[in-house]
Design a protein. Structure first.
Lengths: 232, 150
C-alpha cells in the first residue's frame, strides 16, 4: 500500500462516515421515521458521489475495506442480544420454533417463486432468497449461494422497511394482539429495522424481536443453500 | 497535603481517564469478537460447514455467554463489561458497515431497470408472507398465558 492508496482509503472512508452521519441527522429530523433509514440514505449519497466523480466502484470498495472488515465482528456481536434474551425461548419453545420455521421458510420460498414467476433471472432469485435476515448475514449467504451481495443488501433494507411500515396494520387486521408473537414476527421477517419498531411496544416484544433476528439468521444460513439447490 | 490533593482532584480529569479505559475495554472486546470470526472461519473449513464463518462465531459467542452465565461468574462479568458495550455499538451502527457493499448497486443498474417488477413484487410479497406466517404460527401455538399482551 503506497501513499496515494492510504490517502484515498482515508478519504473514501471519511466520506462514507460523513454520508452516514448525514443519514443519522436526517432520521432525527424526520422524527425517527422508518423511511429515513441512515444506511439507505448513505448508500444513495455514496452512489451519487461515485457516479458524479466518475470513480470506479472497485476503487471505492477497496478503499473502504475497514468498514467491510468490521462487518464480520458486528455479525458475531449479534450473539449477545440473542444470549441475553434466550431465557424467553425456553418459556415458549413450541411457539417460537414453529413461528420461526414457518416465517423463515415461507419467506425464503415465496421470494424465489415470486421472482421466477414474474420472469426474473436466476441471479436475482438467489439474491432475493436470504433477504429477510439481518443484512450482513444475508450478504454472506447470498455470496455463498451465487447471488449478488450488493443487490441482497438493498433488498434486505427494503424488506426491513416494508415490514416495519406494515406490521402493525397487518396484525391489526389479523387480530393478533400478542406482543411476543408480534415481536418474533417483526424480527424474523424484517430483521433490525422492524425489530426496532417492535421494541417500542415494550420489553417482551423487544426480546422476542432480538430472538427472531438471531435465530432466523442462523436458520436461513443453514437452509438457504438447500433451497437454492432445489429451485435452481 | 498529599491526601488533600487526592480528595480534591478536579472532576474534569476523570472523563479523560474514563474515555481511555473505555477505548482499551472496547479494543479488548473487539479482539474477542475478531478471534471468534477467525475461529468460525477455521471451523467452517475444518468441518466443511455450510454456515458462514461469522455466523458460527455468533453461535459460539451466544453459547459461551450462556455457559459462563451459569458456570463461571467472573468470565461472565468480563464479557458483560468488555464485550457487551462494543457489541452494542457495532450492532446499533451496523448500517454504516454495509454501505460500501450496498453502494455496489450502481454496478447493477441493468438488472434494476430490466427486472424492477419481480424485485418490487417479490420484496413486498415475500416480506408480508413471512411476517404473517411467523406471527400467526407463534400466536396459534405458544401457550397463551406466556404471550405478552399489549
Amino acid at each position: 500500500m503506497n501513499f496515494p492508496d492510504i490517502l484515498q482509503s482515508f478519504l473514501w472512508t471519511a466520506i462514507t462516515v460523513a454520508c452516514y452521519l448525514a443519514g443519522l441527522g436526517l432520521r432525527r429530523f424526520a422524527h425517527n421515521h422508518v423511511l429515513a433509514n441512515p444506511a439507505l440514505i448513505s448508500m444513495i449519497l455514496v452512489a451519487i458521489l461515485l457516479l458524479t466523480t466518475h470513480t470506479a466502484y472497485a476503487v471505492y470498495f477497496r478503499a473502504t475495506w475497514v468498514l467491510t472488515f468490521l462487518l464480520a465482528p458486528a455479525t458475531v456481536a449479534l450473539g449477545i442480544p440473542l444470549a441475553k434474551n434466550f431465557a424467553h425461548v425456553r418459556q415458549s419453545m413450541s411457539g417460537v420454533i414453529l413461528g420461526l420455521v414457518a416465517g423463515s421458510l415461507t419467506s425464503l420460498v415465496s421470494g424465489v417463486l415470486l421472482v421466477r414467476w414474474l420472469g426474473g433471472n436466476k441471479e436475482l432469485a438467489l439474491s432475493m432468497l436470504p433477504k429477510a435476515v439481518t443484512t450482513p448475514i444475508a450478504m454472506s449467504v447470498a455470496g455463498q449461494i451465487g447471488g449478488v451481495p450488493a443487490l441482497t443488501a438493498v433488498l434486505a433494507v427494503l424488506g426491513g422497511i416494508i415490514a416495519a411500515l406494515t406490521f402493525r396494520t397487518v396484525f391489526g387486521i389479523l387480530r393478533i394482539s400478542h406482543g411476543h408473537a408480534i415481536g418474533l414476527a417483526a424480527g424474523t421477517a424484517g430483521s433490525g429495522l422492524a425489530a426496532s419498531q417492535a421494541a417500542e411496544l415494550g420489553d417482551g416484544p423487544a426480546a422476542f424481536a432480538a430472538i427472531g433476528i438471531g435465530l432466523n439468521g442462523l436458520l436461513t444460513a443453514l437452509v438457504a443453500p438447500l433451497v437454492a439447490t432445489i429451485f435452481k | 497535603m498529599n491526601r488533600e490533593s487526592k480528595t480534591i482532584t478536579p472532576p474534569s480529569r476523570t472523563p479523560g481517564k474514563k474515555t481511555g479505559r473505555r477505548v482499551v475495554s472496547g479494543l479488548f472486546g473487539l479482539f474477542i469478537l475478531l478471534a471468534l470470526v477467525f475461529v468460525g472461519g477455521d471451523a467452517r473449513k475444518e468441518f466443511h460447514l455450510s454456515l458462514p464463518g461469522p455466523v458460527i462465531g455468533l453461535v459460539l459467542l451466544a453459547a459461551g455467554f450462556l455457559l459462563v452465565e451459569r458456570f463461571h461468574t467472573r468470565s461472565h462479568r468480563h464479557l458483560k463489561l468488555h464485550v457487551a458495550p462494543v457489541s452494542r455499538l457495532l450492532v446499533s451502527q451496523m448500517g454504516l458497515l454495509f454501505v460500501p457493499v450496498g453502494a455496489g448497486i450502481i454496478t447493477e443498474g441493468d438488472v434494476l431497470r430490466r427486472e424492477w417488477l419481480p424485485i418490487v413484487a417479490a420484496v413486498i410479497g415475500s416480506t408480508l408472507i413471512g411476517l404473517i406466517a411467523a406471527g400467526w404460527f407463534m400466536h396459534r401455538f405458544a401457550p397463551k398465558i406466556q404471550l405478552g399482551k399489549i
